[in-house]
Design a protein around this ligand. Structure first.
Ligand SMILES: [Zn+2]
Length: 124
C-alpha cells in the first residue's frame, strides 16, 4: 500500500496530527483526502515522488558521489564530469548536472568546444 503525504491548507487551522505534515496509508483506488481525518480541517496532498526516487537510488547515489569526489580530488576533471553527467541524467538531479558542467570547464572544455564536439559526432 502506498504512503501518501498531506499537509494542512491553512497552517493556522490544524490539530496535533496534521500540524506540519502527516503520512497516511491509502489504497491506490481510494480518493485522496481533502480533510484531516482527526479534526476535519482542509488538507492537501504533497507530491513526494522525488523523495521515493532518492530513497531507491540512495545507496548507488552515495557511491557515485564518492567516486566523483575522488576524481575531483585527483584533478581528473573529465572523468568526474562524465560520471556526474551520466548520473545526473539517471536521477534527474540538477545540482549534479551543474557539477558535471563545472568539471567539464575545469577539464578544459568550454561551451563552444562541447558544441563543436557534438557537431563533429553528427557529421561523422
Ligand atoms: Zn487535523
Amino acid at each position: 500500500m502506498p504512503i501518501y503525504e498531506y499537509e494542512p491548507v491553512n497552517p493556522h487551522k490544524t490539530c496535533k496530527k496534521c500540524k506540519g505534515r502527516f503520512e497516511i496509508i491509502q489504497g491506490i483506488d481510494e480518493e485522496p483526502l481533502t480533510n484531516c481525518p482527526w479534526c476535519g480541517e482542509r488538507v492537501k496532498k504533497v507530491i513526494s515522488w522525488c523523495r521515493a526516487a532518492i530513497i531507491e537510488t540512495s545507496g548507488e547515489h552515495t557511491q557515485v558521489t564518492r567516486k566523483i569526489s575522488e576524481y575531483e580530488k585527483e584533478g581528473m576533471w573529465s572523468h568526474a564530469a562524465e560520471l556526474a553527467d551520466t548520473h545526473s541524467e539517471k536521477i534527474g538531479n540538477h545540482d549534479m548536472k551543474m557539477r558535471a558542467l563545472d568539471n567539464y570547464k575545469k577539464a578544459g572544455y568550454d561551451a563552444g568546444t562541447l558544441e563543436k564536439h557534438a557537431k563533429a559526432k553528427e557529421d561523422g
